[in-house]
Write a protein of this length. Structure first.
Length: 207
């Protein structure tokens, strides 16, 4: 079986069934800015043109469909119900991508690691990134989030699949110079015996 190669669509993509992706986010940016059709190679090369975090806290045409924060300190961090759900959503997409094509897992991993490292190298200069800090340091975490989302998209494109709606939603914010930093609180959330029960799909929290 063929596999993804050199960041481009692979000739054997049709051999792998497109995985099902849960939709975690409401349609906001993707209503008027679809991802379109693109190969992994052009996407990867275009990462150098992204204005990484150049518009943090600035108004956006999409503000009506998200919850905005204006300073780093407003980010609630990763260790709460919303932060854990956001991490779970990204991990779920990662696992489904790699499980759908185990024969190409090595090629996909190489692509994922290359794109992730490239984005971190480029985006870290735009914020006070500190590799010694943990996931609670927002300027460092935003860079890692950008690298992870971009790497997932590159893998999806290399497999010849449509970009999942959640990745498209997050990517539109990154590409516009913002940070989609997690899930926003919603009025439908409930506090249950086993912890906070969250409703989905939901809006993004955006810096």
């Amino acid at each position: 079986m063929g596999g993804p190669h050199d960041g481009d669509d692979c000739g054997g993509a049709g051999l792998a069934e497109v995985p099902w992706f849960r939709v975690w986010t409401v349609a906001n940016t993707r209503r008027d800015r679809g991802f379109g059709t693109q190969a992994a190679g052009p996407f990867e090369r275009g990462l150098a043109e992204v204005p990484w975090f150049a518009r943090l806290g600035e108004p956006s045409p999409w503000d009506g469909g998200c919850v905005r924060i204006s300073v780093w300190e407003q980010w609630p961090g990763p260790e709460n119900a919303l932060g854990e759900a956001f991490g779970q959503a990204l991990q779920d997409m990662h696992d489904r991508i790699f499980a759908a094509w185990p024969a190409a897992a090595g090629d996909l991993r190489a692509l994922f690691d290359r794109v992730r490292a490239s984005v971190v190298s480029q985006a870290r200069a735009a914020v006070p990134f500190d590799p010694a800090r943990d996931a609670w340091h927002a300027p460092t975490q935003c860079v890692h989030d950008a690298g992870y989302v971009a790497a997932l998209i590159a893998c999806v494109l290399a497999c010849g699949w449509p970009v999942p709606e959640d990745l498209a939603e997050m990517w539109n914010w990154f590409e516009a110079g913002h940070w989609p930093s997690g899930f926003a609180g919603e009025s439908g959330d409930l506090a249950g015996r086993s912890g906070r029960q969250l409703v989905f799909p939901r809006r993004l929290l955006v810096f």
